[in-house]
Design a protein around this ligand. Structure first.
Ligand SMILES: [Zn+2]
Length: 247
């Protein structure tokens, strides 16, 4: 178990808790955000996406996810018992960039093979989870960014948990670059079979630190427990375990 430590909030003086590995911490009494290492104010834009569901309301999109899709047992919504519903505001970096990849490769699907050159040019609001934990479906999460507001601690429900960042701005930018390059490498394989060279140029437009509401749900179906992750802003399932529907 990680032991929490604390620093003093330079805005309201309350203790701001952080755990080992966390590097940006938000005061739960006033919403002020501090860089743990320096004790200085966090100087970048800090945004919040609002959660639209309380503990009862979130059951509707959960049941609706259970009812949809032919891969699920037909009685899933009816027979499942929701065991846990925890609202967590997860920290993300939203990296807004223009990314250009130039490449040269060999197209081998015809004979004789030919050398081809091309460009991929795209704009992204690339999402980087600001936690070391693996397993969160960041790529499946189409964050409704138009709904973001400046971070406001008064909008955080008393029962919710707010997680601090374990990844700083530079590290997040580096991760975004690597992930975008890997994504472009995947895309250009539709055009060439063997890459001779590729170069990706990333033009950073904006970086926003964002807390987004995510519901971590546990449900029981026929004696087994399954997990489901729901987006609290739009009520969409991000990732869910589905019981095998074999009888
Ligand atoms: Zn404070």
């Amino acid at each position: 178990m990680a032991v929490a430590e604390n620093i003093r909030c330079s805005h309201c003086g309350a203790p701001v808790e952080f755990k080992p590995g966390e590097i940006i911490a938000t005061c739960k009494y006033c919403g002020f955000t501090t860089v743990v290492e320096t004790g200085q104010a966090f100087n970048f834009e800090h945004s919040l996406l609002l959660n639209r569901f309380d503990g009862t309301q979130i059951e509707e999109p959960i049941r609706s996810w259970m009812r949809s899709g032919f891969l699920k047992p037909p009685d899933l919504a009816k027979k499942s018992k929701i065991m846990e519903k925890n609202l967590v505001y997860l920290p993300f970096w939203v990296v807004s960039v223009e990314a250009k990849t130039s490449y040269k490769g060999i197209f081998e699907r015809i004979a004789p093979p030919v050398v081809k050159e091309g460009k991929i040019q795209k704009e992204y609001n690339w999402l980087v989870l600001a936690r070391e934990a693996a397993g969160f479906p960041t790529r499946e999460y189409d964050v409704p960014l138009e709904g973001k507001i400046p971070y406001d601690f008064r909008k955080i429900e008393g029962f919710a948990k707010v997680l601090n960042s374990e990844i700083d701005r530079d590290e997040a930018l580096e991760l975004a670059k690597q992930q975008i390059e890997a994504h472009h490498r995947y895309l250009l394989q539709q055009d060439v079979d063997k890459i001779i060279e590729m170069y990706t140029d990333i033009n950073l437009k904006q970086m926003v630190y964002l807390h987004a509401p995510v519901w971590f749900v546990k449900y029981e179906y026929k004696g087994k427990t399954y997990q489901l992750i729901m987006d609290g802003a739009a009520g969409m399932a991000l990732k869910g375990d589905i019981p095998s529907s074999k009888f």
